[in-house]
Write a protein that binds this ligand. Structure first.
Ligand SMILES: [Zn+2]
Length: 479
C-alpha cells in the first residue's frame, strides 16, 4: 500500500504549486501557473472581442483605460499584461479575465455618474485578477478545455445555435463566492484611494447595481448580479470603509462632469441596428436581411447566431454568419466534418443547395437540414436540427424559416437607430418627475431615476447635469 500512496502524492505535487497570493499575502495551492493564467485570459479576451465586440468609440476606450490602467499598474501585480476596455453590450456588467483583461459594458457605463464610480467598478474587477479569484476556481480539466471548442464533434457549428458560447467566454459565467466579493471590495477600495478617487462613490455603485436587478440582456452576457453575489451590507460596508479611511475627502476626485461628458450620445439599451424582432420576424438593418421564425417559438438574437427554439425545446432553427467560403464550398466543408453524415438533398420548397444530415453529438444522434447562402458579400448558414426521430415533425417549420430569408427593404426598419443618452444642465432645482415632464425621455421615470443614481421623488439641484434618453424604437417582444 505504502509505495502506491507515495506515487500518488508525487503526482499531486507535480500538479500543484504552492504560491503566495500576490494581493492577500496568503499562501495558496494553485493549479494554474502565471503563464497559463495569462494565456487563458488572452484567449478569453479574444473571444470577447470577436463575439461581443468592443465599443466603437475611441474617446470612451481612452477614458476607461486612463481610469483603470493606473490602478492596475499600481496593484500587487505589475508583471501581467493589463488591459481595460469597453464592450458594446447593453447588459449592466463588468468582468475580469485571468491574467489582466478587464472589461466594462456600455450598459454599465450608462448607469454610472462619475469617474470615481467607474474607478470603483474597475478597482473591484482588477482585484479579482490580483487575488486570482477565477483562476482558483478552475480545475486542470477545465483549463485544458479552454481554447478548444465546446464538446467535440461538429461542436463549433452546432454549438453556436445551441447558445453555447466559445469556451473562452465560459470564463465570464464563473460565479465568485461571497468571500471573494468582500475581498475584491476591500482591495478595490484601496486601489481607488491610492489613485485619489472619492471612495464615498463606491457605495452609490453598489446601490445602483443592486437596483438594476437580475435581468440579463440580449448580448448573451450574464449580468453583474448573476456573477458577483451581493455580500450582506455591502453598501453599508462601503460607507464605513470611506468614513474610517482617515483621509481628507475634500481632496479626493469625483470627476462627475467629465465622466458625464464622455457619455453624451452613447447608445442606450439594445441596439436595433444589430437586429431586432417584430413578432416572429427578425429584422437586421445592419446586414439588410429579414427572417421569419415559426409562430410560438422562443427566439433570441445572440452574438453568434439568431435562433428560434420550438415550444417543446426539442428543435432549433437559426442563422449565423459563416465566413468567407462560397456557399457550395461551405456546405461541402460542413458535411465533410468528422461525425457528420450527409443524407439526401432536401426536397422542393427548400432553397436550392439545401441538404439533410445526421450527426453524432454528446447528447445523441441528431438530424438536421442546412444550407449556405451569400448576402451582401457575406456567407450565412441556415441550420435546423432536432433529435433524429423529430425531423419529420419539424421539417415544415424548418422549410418555412429557410424560405423566408430575404433582403430587408423596409425603409423605416433600415433607418432604425438606438436610443441615446443626452445631457441636460439644470438651471433650477426640480424633481426627477418635473425634469421628465420638461425633457421627456423614452424610458420610464423609474429607470430614468436609476441611471441618474437617484429616486423618482428626489430633487435635483440647480447646476446638476442630468441624463435623459431620446429616440430608439419600441422593440416588440417576440411571442
Ligand atoms: Zn466581483
Amino acid at each position: 500500500m505504502a509505495p502506491r500512496l507515495r506515487v500518488l502524492s508525487l503526482l499531486l505535487l507535480s500538479l500543484t504549486t504552492c504560491v503566495r497570493n500576490p494581493a492577500t499575502g496568503e499562501r495558496m495551492l494553485s493549479l494554474v501557473s502565471k503563464d497559463e493564467e495569462i494565456a487563458l485570459g488572452r484567449q478569453g479576451a479574444q473571444d470577447v472581442r470577436q463575439s461581443i465586440g468592443l465599443l466603437d468609440d475611441a474617446k470612451v476606450q481612452e477614458y476607461v483605460a486612463r481610469v483603470g490602467l493606473p490602478m492596475a499598474k499600481r496593484s500587487e501585480r505589475q508583471d501581467i499584461p493589463w488591459s481595460v476596455q469597453a464592450v458594446d453590450d447593453p447588459v449592466v456588467n463588468a468582468f475580469a479575465l485571468p491574467g489582466g483583461p478587464v472589461f466594462v459594458t456600455r450598459g454599465l457605463l450608462t448607469h454610472l455618474n462619475s469617474e470615481a464610480e467607474l474607478a470603483s467598478v474597475l478597482g473591484h474587477e482588477i482585484a479579482h485578477i490580483t487575488a486570482r479569484h477565477s483562476v482558483e476556481q478552475l480545475s486542470k480539466a477545465q483549463l485544458a478545455q479552454v481554447g478548444l471548442v465546446v464538446g467535440s464533434v461538429i461542436s463549433e457549428d452546432v454549438a453556436k445555435y445551441g447558445g453555447l458560447a466559445a469556451a473562452g467566454l465560459q470564463l465570464l459565467f464563473l460565479k465568485y463566492g461571497r468571500d471573494d466579493e468582500r475581498q475584491s471590495d476591500e482591495l478595490g477600495f484601496r486601489y481607488m484611494l491610492e489613485s485619489g478617487y472619492d471612495v464615498r462613490d463606491a457605495a452609490n455603485v453598489f446601490e445602483t447595481l443592486g437596483r438594476v436587478g437580475e435581468a440579463a440582456g440580449g448580448g448573451g452576457l450574464p449580468s453583474w448580479l448573476s456573477t458577483h453575489p451581493n455580500p450582506e451590507d455591502r453598501v453599508q460596508a462601503a460607507r464605513q470603509r470611506a468614513e474610517q479611511a482617515g483621509v481628507d475627502v475634500s481632496k479626493l476626485k469625483q470627476g462627475r462632469d467629465e465622466y458625464l461628458a464622455m457619455l453624451q450620445g452613447m447608445a442606450y439599451g439594445e441596439d436595433p441596428r444589430q437586429g431586432f424582432f417584430q413578432g416572429s420576424v427578425f429584422l437586421h438593418p445592419g446586414l439588410r436581411f429579414q427572417l421569419t421564425f415559426p409562430q410560438g417559438w422562443k427566439t433570441a438574437n445572440q452574438t453568434q447566431a439568431v435562433l428560434g427554439v420550438s415550444p417543446r425545446e426539442d428543435a432549433i432553427v437559426g442563422l449565423a454568419p459563416a465566413g468567407k467560403l462560397a456557399p457550395q464550398e461551405a456546405l461541402r466543408t460542413f458535411l465533410s466534418q468528422q461525425g457528420i453524415q450527409p443524407l439526401d438533398a432536401a426536397p422542393a420548397g427548400y432553397p436550392p443547395g439545401t441538404a439533410y444530415f445526421q450527426a453524432q453529438t454528446q447528447q445523441g444522434v441528431i438530424r438536421g437540414v442546412t444550407t449556405f447562402l451569400t448576402h451582401a458579400g457575406t456567407t450565412f448558414q441556415l441550420l435546423g436540427y432536432t433529435p433524429a426521430e423529430g425531423l419529420a415533425t419539424y421539417d415544415d417549420a424548418f422549410r418555412s424559416t429557410f424560405s423566408s430569408f430575404r433582403e430587408l427593404t423596409d425603409a423605416a426598419a433600415l433607418a432604425v437607430q438606438p436610443a441615446r443618452l443626452e445631457l441636460v444642465k439644470l438651471d433650477t432645482a426640480m424633481t426627477v418627475q418635473q425634469f421628465n415632464e420638461r425633457h421627456p425621455s423614452t424610458i420610464p421615470v423609474e429607470e430614468l431615476a436609476l441611471i441618474n443614481g437617484v429616486r423618482p421623488g428626489d430633487t435635483l439641484p440647480a447646476g446638476r447635469t442630468v441624463k435623459r434618453v431620446t429616440g430608439g424604437v419600441k422593440l416588440k417582444p417576440s411571442p
